[in-house]
Design a protein around this ligand. Structure first.
Ligand code: NAG
Ligand code: NAG
Ligand code: NAG
Ligand code: NAG
Ligand code: NAG
Ligand code: NAG
Ligand code: NAG
Length: 321
């Protein structure tokens, strides 16, 4: 049985925007056992990097291949799961990971992985570095950086209800912004508060999702090079509807594109809060976890988390709007 499903499944997917042009989606890759894909980012060469909560391996899948296949880039030491991903330089990325418990991680660590020395002939020449550890973090989730200062990372902590500031050059770590809009009830079945996180291009706002509160929000920020502060209260941009809540998202100017439960690519206009369902992958296994544009914003890559109970593996889909 083939693991890759360059799929006829596209036929079963439904366009939601009423465009006259055909919208399609195809499954690029799925594992054969349960793997919980979490975050993704596209390298300039068309390789999609993704993290999983199931193991401490960073994977890559060549989205330009006729038969895309996920391969391990590197094992990460001292952790059992990887989560956040953010670009911090030329083909250089920050990755967060920790030792996974039940909604509680230990040894939360920030790594950087640098592909600048790798080539088609030597794809595995990558420099992996531990840049910081966060003993007081409980559940690092979305990861972003400041556009003007890419070495400054912002990491959402779904349990501490804080945004940590991490300087990957010095290794310094500090809890920077707290808000009740980041929190979840500690006794909830899934106590996941702040989840996805991105900073606007002008560096003026950090946008976030909160899974427990089912909101998309933002907080105005300022960083003087050593300290990150909120310059105002965090606020709700929009409350998610019964159509579904977002996990991670991509921000382009005033438009956010989100991995929307249970099977959707969603869109939010951050100036009005207006929500649109862009595409429904009716055959998706598990829930959407991250979305990444491929090119001009008409092609999107979406990862899913599978389902441990149903033995569904996580998947990578390509959606063409
Ligand atoms: C992944 O795809 C293969 C090939 O179609 C399929 O047989 C398998 O059931 C899928 N794996 C899971 C766990 O869904
Ligand atoms: C924590 O992670 C670091 C960095 O990978 C590793 O060196 C260390 O052994 C880990 N510690 C534990 C307790 O797992
Ligand atoms: C790169 O590393 C992967 C995973 O360890 C391995 O399967 C693959 O063969 C390596 N590729 C090369 C060209 O060394
Ligand atoms: C934010 O929360 C963290 C973690 O609980 C705490 O250490 C820090 O002092 C808080 N900061 C502010 C400004 O309240
Ligand atoms: C959960 O905690 C909240 C307060 O944070 C409390 O109001 C609620 O009763 C608790 N629920 C359960 C089931 O314990
Ligand atoms: C997405 O597709 C599923 C399966 O066909 C359907 O149950 C659901 O209502 C659709 N969602 C939307 C928002 O159209
Ligand atoms: C981002 O927005 C710009 C301006 O509207 C547009 O030209 C570009 O294609 C968009 N890119 C993505 C990835 O959405």
């Amino acid at each position: 049985m083939s693991q890759t499903r360059k799929a006829l499944a596209a036929l079963a997917c439904a366009s939601l925007t009423g465009s006259a042009l055909a919208q399609t989606a195809e499954r690029l890759w799925n594992f054969t056992t349960y793997v919980d894909l979490e975050n993704s980012i596209l390298r300039p060469n068309g390789q999609l990097l993704f993290t999983t909560l199931t193991n401490p391996q960073l994977y890559t899948v060549d989205t330009t291949a006729a038969e895309p296949k996920a391969e391990v880039v590197r094992w990460f030491p001292g952790v059992t799961a990887l989560n956040g991903l953010s670009k911090v330089g030329d083909d250089k990325y920050a990755v967060t990971g920790g030792v996974r418990g039940s909604f509680h991680y230990t040894n939360e660590t920030v790594f950087t992985i640098d592909f600048s020395e790798s080539s088609a002939a030597n794809p595995n020449v990558t420099a992996l570095e531990v840049v910081a550890t966060l003993p007081d973090a409980i559940m690092l989730n979305g990861l972003a950086n400041l556009p003007s200062n890419p070495h400054i990372l912002l990491a959402a902590d779904s349990r501490v209800a804080t945004i940590w500031r991490i300087d990957i050059d010095t290794g310094s770590v500090a809890p920077a912004i707290n808000s009740t809009l980041f929190s979840a009830d500690a006794n909830a079945t899934a106590p996941i508060g702040i989840d996805g996180l991105k900073v606007s291009d002008d560096g003026a706002y950090a946008y976030f999702t909160n899974v427990y509160q089912a909101i998309f929000g933002r907080v105005p920020i300022s960083d003087d090079g050593t300290t990150l502060v909120a310059t105002g209260e965090a606020e709700i941009v929009t409350q998610f509807t019964a159509d579904g809540t977002w996990d991670d998202f991509y921000l382009n100017g005033t438009v956010a594109y989100g991995a929307q439960d249970p099977s959707l690519l969603g869109r939010i206009d951050t100036t009005t809060g207006e929500q649109t369902n862009l595409f429904n992958i009716t055959e998706l296994a598990g829930g959407p976890t991250s979305v990444t544009p491929k090119g001009d914003g008409l092609t999107w890559l979406l990862t899913s988390n599978g389902d441990s109970a149903g033995a569904l593996s996580g998947e990578v889909w390509e959606i063409i709007l």
